[in-house]
Design a protein around this ligand. Structure first.
Ligand SMILES: NC(=O)c1ccc[n+]([C@@H]2O[C@H](COP(=O)([O-])OP(=O)(O)OC[C@H]3O[C@@H](n4cnc5c(N)ncnc54)[C@H](OP(=O)(O)O)[C@@H]3O)[C@@H](O)[C@H]2O)c1
Length: 157
């Protein structure tokens, strides 16, 4: 299992239920990596997608404590159920609570690190401060709309 996330300088990932950044290069990479794969997400992140619907061309597993079915997705009510349903090769795509729950099961985290620090109320664990994680590879610095960012892959030590 891998997680994929876009973070600010202090590992912020969202504010008021929304993303902090919209970088087309990041969205393109996210799509290229996840299309045809299984993605695991929380019901709050699902609600932020267009029409509140699962992303097309991917198998979605939505973590929820609720009983209502989600059109176009499977639901899981615990980490164990999500992991069993997902099998190998799934991507954890957020949000904050689902990243925190599933990070212990991830062997790799694909981070888009943006060199900016807007206000945030949702965060990803700081992998640079965590002895279990090391940087495996790092892209050159890219820039879009005045925002500088890099793709940094972390692997579990
Ligand atoms: N920067 C990024 O890469 C990125 C990616 C994704 C999301 N985000 C941001 O993250 C924020 C949302 O994060 P969030 O933490 O508020 O929401 P979330 O993780 O997307 O979803 C939370 C929901 O997941 C379900 N859930 C959580 N723990 C569970 C458990 N143990 N068992 C069963 N269901 C469980 C619950 O659903 P029910 O309420 O249905 O029971 C809970 O309300 C937003 O700001 C979003 O934009 C950022």
């Amino acid at each position: 299992m891998q997680a994929i996330v876009c973070v600010s300088r202090n590992w912020g990932i969202g504010l008021d239920g929304r993303l902090l950044f919209h970088l087309s290069a990041d969205l393109k990479r996210f799509r290229a990596l996840t299309v045809g794969k299984t993605v695991i997400l929380g019901s709050r992140t699902l609600a932020t997608f267009p029409g509140g619907k699962p992303l097309p061309d991917r198998r979605s597993i939505v973590l929820t404590r609720g009983d209502a079915p989600v059109e176009g997705a499977e639901t899981a009510h615990s980490v164990e159920e999500a992991a069993a349903l997902a099998g190998d090769g799934a991507f954890v795509i957020g949000g904050a609570s689902v990243y925190a729950l599933l990070l212990p099961l991830c062997e790799r985290v694909l981070v888009t690190k943006v060199d900016a620090q807007p206000e945030a109320d949702s965060f990803f664990p700081n992998l640079d401060a965590h002895p279990d994680w090391r940087v495996e590879r790092e892209s050159e610095e890219l820039e879009e709309n005045g925002l500088r960012f890099r793709f940094v892959d972390y692997v579990r030590v």
